[in-house]
Write a new protein. Sequence first.
Length: 267
Amino acid sequence: MTDTTTGSRRFEIGRVISGTFAVIGRNFVPFSLLALLLGGLPNLLISLGQIWFVGHQQTFSPQAIAGSFVGMVIMIVAAFVLQAAIVHATVADLNGRRVVVRESLKVGLSNWLPLLGLAILMGLGLMIGFVLLVVPGIILAVMWSVAVPAKVVEKIGVMAAFQRSRDLTRDRRWAIFGLFVIYVIAVWIVEIAIMAAFMPFMLAKGLPTPETTVGFTSSINIVSLVASPLIATISTLVSTAGGATLYSELRVTREGVGPEALASVFD
């Protein structure tokens, strides 16, 4: 799928998809380390906490509520640190640089608060958009799809990042929407594949009966403990690296710049 451009080449979602997986493939170890540390680990800890409180019948105790709140805050902060870190790492690779986890983490830690503000505003806008018959919400999601990499790479303000994303995605939004659809379908396939891989473990003792319900529930909890962080890690890694690759492709096709023009993130 292509779109018209004013830059040096046509915009193609196939190039974005192949570029995303090429970047991840070249940097599988540092990307996985970042994703597991900031994505998988917080999800795992929250899942462990939930299982512990459920097992001790303290789901609604003050300790459980406080623990859930603290865990959610940690997960939110970690998610935004991860977003900025993966954007930095992706741009580093596209710029021909070696990905250094420590440098990407530093960028992530310095950007999580602005990205939180950006996410709050984006969430409010999308919520209003989806209330208004869904379509406006989809339009806004596509329009703001590269606001995060624009904020991290160009070191601009939150509102400027929204405007920058709007400018970069202009005349390419149908193609980007198609990319979104492909991503959602891919995530569903990955989720189904992971759950199918764990199904033999869940059914090892047969289908649940009144006598085996507790054991079957425990099996489900164990599967959820492993599968949920794994799915979250994979989806976050692909979506964030994909967003940075999309941002780079939009700049190349709209402005005719090469990866070296993104080097401001290293200043």
